[in-house]
Design a protein around this ligand. Structure first.
Ligand SMILES: Cc1cc2nc3c(=O)[nH]c(=O)nc-3n(C[C@H](O)[C@H](O)[C@H](O)COP(=O)(O)O)c2cc1C
Length: 187
């Protein structure tokens, strides 16, 4: 599975939530995890069927990980009631890499906990033949929830939400993998 870290803002809070999430993914049976951190990728916003050498080098950091994953978790903050532009950009640069795969969301932000960002991502990923997972983990006023070591100050509810989400994601990953073995997905 691949965890896509959706913010690349200077001074971003994303890595704290990403570290929390990765601890849970690694503790959950059945997932091998790759990280696609959009801060490490510099894709142009102008899409091209004939990308330049430098763009191909950037795509090489991402595309193989997305292609190999049989499930995704998208970690997104909320920017202006939606999700960050680099996340839309990396989604649009790809196509079949998303097809017939499950996508779960972990979100964070201010009052809404990033839930509006998640609801904007669902129809986008449906267009890419992905299956989005109902259960989410969201962090309201995220900055206040974690201590200086990145530990959640009151972890019980978030831990339970992570387990529920990962259980569902594992089921969908298994179900779609098994189905595709019997009958390849046609888009
Ligand atoms: C450009 C921008 C717009 C934002 N808009 C919202 C918003 O609409 N709703 C919200 O709850 N938080 C909003 N926030 C707060 C962010 O969700 C919060 O700062 C979060 O930590 C950002 O993620 P990052 O630090 O990983 O970039 C916004 C922050 C930025 C930088």
């Amino acid at each position: 599975m691949a965890v896509v870290v959706g913010s690349n803002r200077e001074g971003r809070f994303g890595p704290v939530v990403a570290a929390w999430l990765l601890r849970h993914v690694r503790d959950h049976a059945g997932f091998e995890v790759d990280v696609v951190d959009l801060a490490d990728v510099d894709l142009p916003t102008s899409l091209s069927y004939r990308p330049s050498e430098s763009t191909r080098a950037e795509l090489a950091k991402v595309t193989p990980k997305l292609a190999a994953a049989d499930a995704f978790i998208v970690l997104t903050p909320e920017y202006n009631h939606s999700y960050p532009a680099p996340l839309k950009n990396v989604i649009d640069w790809h196509g079949p890499e998303w097809h017939a795969k499950p996508v779960a969301f972990v979100s964070y932000g201010g009052l809404s906990g990033g839930l509006r960002a998640v609801e904007h991502l669902r129809p986008v990923l449906a267009e890419l033949h992905a299956v989005t997972i109902r259960e989410t983990v969201s962090f309201h006023n995220a900055g206040a929830l974690f201590d200086e070591d990145g530990a959640h100050r009151d972890p019980e509810a978030a831990d339970a939400a992570a387990k529920a989400m990962l259980d569902q994601l594992a089921w969908w990953a298994w179900a779609l993998r098994a189905a595709k073995r019997v009958r390849p997905y046609e888009s």
